[in-house]
Design a protein around this ligand. Structure first.
Ligand SMILES: Cc1ncc(COP(=O)(O)O)c(C=O)c1O
Length: 395
């Protein structure tokens, strides 16, 4: 077995609890612990809009539901995605050539990285970052190189630090934008500097935009739309976070012809095909995205309230989340984040993520998912339990 698989932690027989998955999570739920470590909109409550649910049910009853679409995805869905890319991302692409549908964006992300990595190649990952970024690179045989995002820079990119991390082995920058866990929406200065580095050093950018939909007062720029970047960027998108149907498993990859050509050629081996009925439901959802406004209003209210509640604890520092429904909490003045996360499960009856799961710069922090439950009050009550427990916390 390849060493990277043998060394993987968090499996059936290891005691490590991974960031946000695992049987132990179900056990916590059974015990009545509030699960605020799982980035799944409104979980465990109803999230899929009724008209999408109806479309999905109808699609499941059609004969086609029992059959594959092409491995690269349904033409109807790709046509809708092309319209969305034009209106939301500033990308004008050919749906037949530049879009590939994937069963969620986790598999899309891995597929996007795979063609560019040979053993020993280095991938720069601005961190803290989505844990799969590190694992994907390792599974592909590459070496993740973390470049730390600093709170004092608002977690924006530091071009000098990025440039300094480049070696002859560097092949790629892997960016989660907006970032999970810090929620950072990378600004124009950051992304223009990054583009220059990518172009000057002949690198590829893989940009994961799973959290692109709710960026509040921040401008969401798609790096692939910046000058000279479309040819060098593979962008990965998801229906899970913005549209609230993670369980349907639909995502997509967007890139230029020359990168897409080998992805199309290998899609059948790597992704197989995405669920036919799920693609039909996603098509209908994209035709009527207005329902997402309601999600945004809920998350917006929650992020303001979270900052208010958590910042009232001396030694705890939270900046207003810039996107989505996560909250990145600095508890380093109180103690060790692993111990604090375990303490909160026991004392506040709330499960959150230890920042150490997110790589360099993550220690001393907690990630709290504000996007759980339909009922805002339930979220606020859980945040108040966290606050009360932290006020009692002794190192
Ligand atoms: C940053 C980021 N990218 C991608 C994903 C994968 O989402 P999905 O496979 O549901 O599209 C997640 C899920 O947590 C995520 O946080």
């Amino acid at each position: 077995m390849a060493p990277v698989f043998r060394a993987a932690e968090g499996g059936l027989f290891s005691c490590v609890e991974k960031a946000d998955v695992g049987a132990s999570y179900q056990e916590l739920e059974r015990q009545g612990v509030a699960l605020m470590g799982w980035a799944d909109p409104f979980m465990p409550d109803h999230s899929m809009p009724d008209f999408v649910e109806d479309a999905y049910a109808k699609a499941a009853r059609r004969e086609s539901a029992a059959h594959y679409t092409a491995p690269i995805g349904s033409p109807e869905l790709k046509a809708e995605i092309a319209k969305k890319l034009r209106r939301q991302n500033g990308l004008d692409v050919d749906p037949e050539r530049n879009i590939l549908i994937t069963p969620g964006s986790d598999s899309g992300l891995f597929f996007a990285i795979l063609p560019f990595i040979q053993p020993g190649d280095e991938v720069i990952i601005p961190s803290p970052s989505y844990p799969n970024n590190f694992l994907d690179v390792r599974i592909a045989g590459g070496v993740p190189v973390a470049v730390e995002l600093k709170a004092e820079n608002g977690y924006q990119l530091d071009p000098e630090a990025l440039q300094a991390a480049i070696t002859p082995k560097t092949k790629m920058v892997l960016l989660t934008h907006p970032n999970n866990p810090t929620t950072t929406v990378f600004n124009r200065a950051s992304l223009e500097a990054l583009s220059k580095i990518i172009i000057d050093n002949d690198l590829v950018l893989v940009c994961d935009q799973a959290f692109e939909d709710f960026t509040y007062e921040n401008e969401m720029i798609t790096p692939a739309a910046l000058p000279g970047m479309f040819e060098r960027t593979v962008t990965v998108f998801s229906f899970s976070k913005g549209m609230g149907f993670s369980g349907l498993r639909v995502g997509y990859i967007v890139c230029c012809d020359s990168i897409m050509d080998p992805l199309f050629a290998t899609a059948v081996a790597v992704v197989g095909a995405t669920s036919t009925a799920a693609q039909q439901a996603a098509t209908v959802a994209l035709q009527n995205p207005g329902f997402m406004k309601q999600f945004e209003t809920a998350y917006d209210k929650r992020r303001h309230r979270a900052v208010e509640i958590l910042n009232s604890v001396p030694g705890v520092h939270v900046i207003l989340p810039e996107s989505g429904f996560l909250c990145w909490v600095d508890v380093s003045e109180l103690g060790d984040s692993t111990e604090i996360a375990a303490y909160l499960t026991a004392e506040a009856r709330v499960s959150v993520n230890d920042g150490k799961n997110y790589g360099q710069g993550g220690a001393g922090h907690l990630r709290i998912v504000l996007g759980v439950y339909r009922d805002d009050e339930r979220v606020f009550a859980a945040l108040e339990s966290i606050r009360d427990a932290l006020l009692r916390y002794k190192k």
